[in-house]
Design a protein around this ligand. Sequence first.
Ligand code: SF4
Length: 418
Amino acid sequence: MSHPIRNLPVVQNWSCHACGNCCRTLVGLVTDEEKRRIEALDLANDPKIPPGPWFKPVARGAYRWRLNHRREGGCVFLTSENRCRLQERFGPEVKPFVCRLFPFMLIPAGNHWRVGMRFSCPSVAGNQGRPMADTESEKDLVHLSHLLEHHVGRSADAAPAPMILTGQELSWPDACRLVDVMVEIAQDRRDRLERRLRKCLAVVRICRAGMGVRGGQLSKFLQAVRSAVEPDIPREPATLPPPDPLLGRLLFRVLLAIFARHYHDTNQASGMRRALNRVRDGWSFARGRGRVPRVNDYLDEIRFEDVEQRQGIPPEVDETLERYYTVKLNSFQFFGPPNFDRPIWDGLESLILTLPMILWLSRAMPGQPPVEAVQRAIQLVDDHFGGDAMLGLPHIRYLERTLIERGDLEKVVAWYSR
Ligand code: SF4
């Protein structure tokens, strides 16, 4: 049975601008059936496609293959004009479903699908293209949801109810109520965006201690908590104490090293070399002194000390940040399977941890106008959020929880917003 799409990302515009970025960075997972279908096409003598192998084995559930990449980078089916050769010759239907869906994510929410978007796509981060609220976009998304149901053989109501805390279930309607309140806080323009997210954190802290109400009372309860915490949230980020200079900042930079990294091609450096680069760069981030390693192409030549000293996040970046967090919250992308099975409160905290990451990275791009720097930083960070297997590893989750439980999350949010 097909289910409707709800909560379209109405604040978001998007059209594909054929930059080819996703075809260079996305791990295009392929099922057996898709591989057979593509291999049956008349591709062997196509001068725009290199000789095989076009697929590499992987083992990820139903996906046993991924699209191979060219030696010089990019998917084997990506042409020099940044077009997908499969789509160019045979139409979008023959592409692997993962490529077809990008940059959308369809997330089951009980009796409907929610729509998430990957901000690693430059057109999503830059808000370029057609409004996602128009009827054409809605039609496309409904079509994609039918394809998804067919592709995975499940409908939206097959997803189990989410967890609010480990072992504590919340019904889907209550999850919708909770997220509505969080979105309302994130969109409350009486505050700068960073204070809105600090307010969300304060609500989480209180509700973690006990939230017995359910159903229609839940929205009222959350709004009451929101009002109660209001006077206790410092208005100016500079009035919060700085994060702990040793452990707090160290934990933050270790996690930042993961979010800042950007591989341009999945074949680029492999095996031992990739692991060694990761260790070397991770060590530089942990030390937090000297030159920032060029772990992505957007970073300027800059020292850690200079990033720390830069101040002043101009108000015009709030619009981009508000759009990002509205889409992430509304799509339910921050908890459950899209975020390594984190319960709702843990997932919300892990989402808010991306704000200081984004602000740190945007400070490390002093040559860019502030809005562009923030959009680029969002592209980098969102490439990892919920998608980088490293973030699901127990020891990395332990570091994240330690930072949060020490009370350093609010402090790093404020520190990099000052
Ligand atoms: S990254 Fe976005 S804009 Fe670029 S080709 Fe992919 S979907 Fe299109």
